[in-house]
Structure formats: C-alpha cells, structure tokens
Design a protein around this ligand. Structure first.
Ligand SMILES: [Fe+2]
Length: 265
C-alpha cells in the first residue's frame, strides 16, 4: 500500500494586474508571486499539484490571467483554481488561459487517494461570499458518492477568524456548508484564501485552513483593515492515503516594504 503523501501547494490571492509593475499597497503583486514560485521550484520533493484559491486577478483584465498562466505554467505542475471576489471576469466569461494544461478548469478530481472538490463562493458584484443552492447540492452528491479522504477548497472562510472587518465579508451561508461537512467524516481538509493570513482550526472531522496571500498580508485579530508586515507566502500540505495530513506555511525572505498606512485595498 502506498504510504507516501500527496503534496499540494496552495497559492492564494495573487491579485495580479495587466502591468507587471503595478502595485497593491506598494508591492508589485507579479514580483512577489515570482518570489513565491521561485521558492516552490526549490522544494524537494516538488508538489504534485498547485491549488490557486481565488482573487487571481486584481484588475480583472484578460491580460492579468494570461500573466498568471505565463508565470505558473513553466513549473509544469498540474494547476487547479477557483474564483474569488476579485475574479468577476472569471465568473462571467470563459478564460482560455485557465483551462490549458498544466492548468485545469476541473472542479472535481482525484489525485492519489484523495478527492478534491472546488467550490465557487464568489458572487457577482459582492465582496462577501455565497454558495448557490446548486453548489451545495453538487457538494452533497459528491460526498455521498465518494468515501475517499476529501479536500474541499473555496475562496471565502466558512468560519469566523476573529477579525471584525473580515468576518463581515466572509461566507454568508456558511451553515449549509459546515452542516454538509459535519455529516461526512471523509472531509479532512477545508482550504480557503481571502483572509491574507494564516488560519488553522479543527472542527470535528475537518481541519479548516487559511493561507497567506502571495502578495500583501492582513494583520490577524484586527477590528478594521490593517496591513501586516509578514512576507508573502503559501501553504504546503502533505495528504496521506489514510486521510491524515501535515501542513505548514512558508514565506519568502526578500520582499520590498509595504505601505503600512493603507486603510483599504
Ligand atoms: Fe484577496
């Protein structure tokens, strides 16, 4: 029986622009992503797949998605993605750059012994998240059909993270999702982005994990929007055939300073 883990790198909130040099709070989001990808290239073993958990683009131009593909594809790793609140274009239009190998637009797939289910929590013209009834029904059907260890990914956090401003823009109908997860013990991991910070909480059978952004970070336990000085990073997960996991966040070392006085983004 195979006992080596499947290795997944979660990259979140890349917030890319059409222009490589355009900045978010003083930081070129393309350059910080390049730093993160450079670090991923050094990993031994290499991840089996990349999972991009939304807010792929900041300016929502076709060129920004093309840039994402140009930066990530050379790694040659299977790359899956889902939309965030900043990906309105991805919600309304088919984006070819995100469907050509090694990118895949699939929202359900098996890798190793694990079942991956990717949910769209982004709603048109909303910053907060919502899951449609169709999404919840689809999830229930998938979970009833497949008892394999399961990882669910979405952009918005289904649990409060103790930051008031962020908890006002999290997943609005989280109860339906959590109820489905609670009733299906094969769900071992729930991954999300949106919060631009690390988060780790066990609830019954599942571990709820949030990732840093590959660009700017938000300060944990803040009442209002606050930028954090922590470096850009990503989450690594080792998924074992028996459903157990190991995970850690890694950050890059070199990154230009941020505009810490910003009151929004
Ligand atoms: Fe974001």
């Amino acid at each position: 029986m195979k006992t080596s883990p499947l290795v997944v790198a979660q990259l979140s909130d890349t917030h890319l622009f059409a222009d490589r040099n355009q900045t978010l709070l003083g930081l070129s989001t393309a350059r910080s992503l390049e730093g993160v990808l450079q670090q991923i290239k050094q990993l031994q073993p290499q991840p089996d797949l990349l999972l991009l958990t939304g807010d792929l683009s900041q300016d929502e131009t076709p060129t920004s998605y093309e840039r994402l593909r140009k930066l990530v594809a050379p790694l040659g790793l299977p790359t899956y993605w889902l939309a965030g609140n900043h990906d309105q274009l991805a919600l309304v239009q088919w984006i070819p750059d995100l469907a050509i190998a090694p990118f895949s637009a699939d929202k359900q797939f098996f890798q190793g012994d694990w079942n991956f289910l990717l949910l769209n929590s982004a709603a048109l013209n909303c910053v907060h998240g919502e899951l449609s009834n169709e999404s919840i029904d689809w999830l229930e059907t998938q979970l009833e059909a497949n008892p394999h260890p399961t990882l669910i990914a979405l952009h918005h956090p289904p649990l409060p993270i103790a930051s008031e401003w962020m908890d006002n823009i999290n997943l609005k109908n989280a109860a339906a999702l959590i109820d489905a997860i609670d009733r299906h013990p094969q769900v071992k991991v729930v991954l999300f982005g949106h919060i631009h910070q690390e988060f780790d909480q066990q609830r019954r059978n599942a571990r709820y994990l949030g990732a840093p952004s590959t660009c700017v970070q938000f300060k944990p336990r803040s009442r209002d929007f606050t930028v954090d000085e922590l470096k850009p990073g990503f989450r690594l997960l080792s998924l074992y055939p028996d459903g157990s996991i190991a995970t850690q966040v890694q950050r890059i070392q070199d990154c230009p300073p941020l505009d810490l006085t910003a009151t929004g983004y």
